[in-house]
Design a protein around this ligand. Structure first.
Ligand SMILES: [Zn+2]
Length: 182
């Protein structure tokens, strides 16, 4: 057997090519990079004193077509979740309500409303960061995005940068409690 040499580029000791990972793997760099953008949106929400959740929608043909964060307080609208705002943006960008060949990235597992909107928009894939034990509707409380009784199902990839996505939320609520006690 030929000895492996780390300096031999043609035969590296380890294959570090990250794109060998399947798209269902939360470590896939396509997911990690786009979740970074969703995290930037979550930070923008935090700066506006909104619950910090961010969402990005990527068209596999056109790139990023929506970038949004939770705006429930500013818009005084219970439906202004990051995903809803992003889905509206993406549909406007594509001039179509069908978001085919698009991937939705969101820092927190979608709630029943947003998971329902994913089905209505025919999104083929949803990628989320932290699981939501209180309202998660892709895996945790309900499985709306993969319910065979509905007329569309989305692939779900969970746990992309989950620690960072959860930390920004827990820090936000810890700060709220701290200020509340003053
Ligand atoms: Zn929602």
């Amino acid at each position: 057997m030929r000895a492996l040499n780390v300096n031999d580029a043609k035969q590296p000791m380890f294959d570090l090519s990250p794109f060998d990972l399947p798209m269902t793997d939360p470590r896939h760099p396509f997911h990690v990079e786009h979740m970074a953008m969703a995290l930037d949106e979550a930070r923008a929400a935090q700066d506006e004193d909104e619950v910090p959740i961010g969402c990005i929608i990527v068209s596999l043909e056109r790139g990023v077509i929506a970038s949004a964060h939770n705006q429930r307080e500013m818009l005084k609208d219970p439906t202004a979740h990051a995903e809803m705002v992003a889905i509206t943006q993406a549909a406007a960008a594509l001039q179509s309500w069908r978001l085919e060949n698009c991937v939705l990235y969101v820092t927190l597992e979608p709630c029943p409303m947003c998971a329902g909107a994913v089905v209505l928009a025919r999104l083929p894939m949803v990628v989320y960061g932290a699981a939501d034990s209180k309202a998660g509707a892709c895996d945790t409380l309900y499985r709306i995005t993969s319910d065979p009784r509905l007329n569309h199902r989305a692939k779900v990839v969970a746990g992309v940068r989950a620690d960072e996505c959860a930390a920004i939320l827990s820090e936000f609520f810890a700060e709220k409690r701290r200020l509340g006690k003053k």
